[in-house]
Design a protein around this ligand. Structure first.
Ligand SMILES: [Zn+2]
Length: 369
């Protein structure tokens, strides 16, 4: 089977990225699923039960590494070892270990099941996964459409599943519409959601980056782009420590330009935004178009990286590149005073300044005064 997912609102997009990260943790070739038109074509070879196990197995990988303290992760791992020594397969042991906790965190609202009893609930979960993996394009466009992907709900899914979106699916959706800008939530109690979209939305916690009480997601019009940008943001975040949101965004764009030039080249970066979630407050942040154009230029990114001074990045982010010129002139003056040749840093700064001027002109005459 294959399942084609199209970018939608940020919440759904974060869910799909979370789902893909979990699938990658199970060993799936996620990178091969991205298409150049921005969609992703999920291609599983195995049956739903196998993938239901793999999903929890992948969640176990992500959850123990990213959400648990090392002590707690060790206790879980020991439990899994004991279970395996008793002859139970690893995937099942991991699912059993996280079932109670993750059922309530991730799998709420999938179906009417009791999270305390694995054996009783498991068949329902497998059935949910088999609905979720249905290729809905072959179904007629009648009946109840899903509020997220507009495709019809399956008859069995409508009768036996939980086809209407509630805050049970995801706590954040329980917030009022005013606090949830740009999401699909319209506060209707009868917004239908298919199992595929439910699965994606429930994977949302695995798609976002959490740090210092804030959750971050880089939203873009392409899943491939979101995959790359969010991965770069994760690594930038883990290195940077205390930095502003603007610097985090700037560094992410710059490093993405260096590592993934071809992918960025396909897309207008103007539609990229950082979504931040503090409690149930959602905000959106983006940089001015000329700053995005400058930072995603591979040569600019390379010069900023080799210069290695965050002050220079900060000046570029602020649009105060004349300071680069001042700094270069100061370095040249100092070297002349000491009868030395100007340092490489001065040359790099001059090249960076010139390059930024050149980039700004063709993108709409954005040169300052
Ligand atoms: Zn749907």
């Amino acid at each position: 089977m294959s399942l084609v997912l199209v970018p939608g609102n940020w919440l759904y997009n974060a869910g799909v990225i979370g789902f893909l990260r979990v699938m990658e943790a199970t060993g799936e070739n996620v990178e091969g699923w991205f298409r150049d038109d921005g969609t992703v074509e999920v291609e599983f070879a195995a049956d739903p039960e196998h993938h239901a196990f793999r999903w929890f197995d992948g969640l176990y990988e992500r959850f123990t590494r990213e959400n648990l303290s090392p002590e707690k992760a060790k206790i879980w791992e020991e439990g899994v070892q004991r279970c395996m020594e008793a002859g139970t397969p690893k995937e099942r042991c991991r699912t059993l270990a996280i079932w109670g906790t993750l059922f309530n965190v991730y799998a709420r609202g999938l179906f009417n099941a009791d999270s305390r009893y694995f054996d009783r609930t498991w068949p329902d979960f497998v059935r949910f996964v088999s609905w979720a993996m249905q290729d809905r394009t072959t179904y007629r466009k009648e009946g109840i459409p899903c509020g997220f992907c507009s495709r019809s709900l399956l008859e069995e899914e409508r009768e036996k599943g939980k086809p209407f979106l509630t805050s049970e699916h995801i706590k954040l959706l329980g917030a009022s519409p005013a606090k949830m800008p740009n999401s699909f939530w319209n506060n209707r109690s009868d917004l239908a959601v298919c199992s595929t979209c439910t699965w994606m939305i429930l994977s949302y916690p695995a798609g976002i980056l959490e740090g210092r009480g804030i959750r971050y997601f880089l939203n873009a019009p392409s899943f491939k782009l979101m995959w790359v940008l969010n991965r770069v943001m994760r690594s930038a975040f883990s290195r940077q420590g205390e930095r502003t949101l603007r610097e985090l965004f700037g560094t992410t764009l710059m490093e993405s330009a260096l590592r993934h030039q071809l992918i960025l080249h396909h897309w207008s970066m103007m539609n990229v935004e950082i979504v931040t979630i503090r409690g149930d407050q959602v905000d959106f942040y983006t940089l001015p178009a000329d700053r995005v154009a400058v930072l995603t230029n591979p040569r600019v990114a390379s010069l900023l990286k080799s210069l290695g001074n965050t002050k220079y990045l900060s000046w570029v982010l602020d649009g105060r590149e004349e300071r680069l010129l001042d700094r270069a002139q100061q370095l040249i003056r100092d070297s002349l005073k000491n009868e030395k040749s100007p340092p490489q840093e001065a040359q790099d700064l001059l090249e960076l300044y010139t390059l930024i001027q050149e980039i700004k002109i063709p993108t709409g005459g954005l040169i300052n005064g």
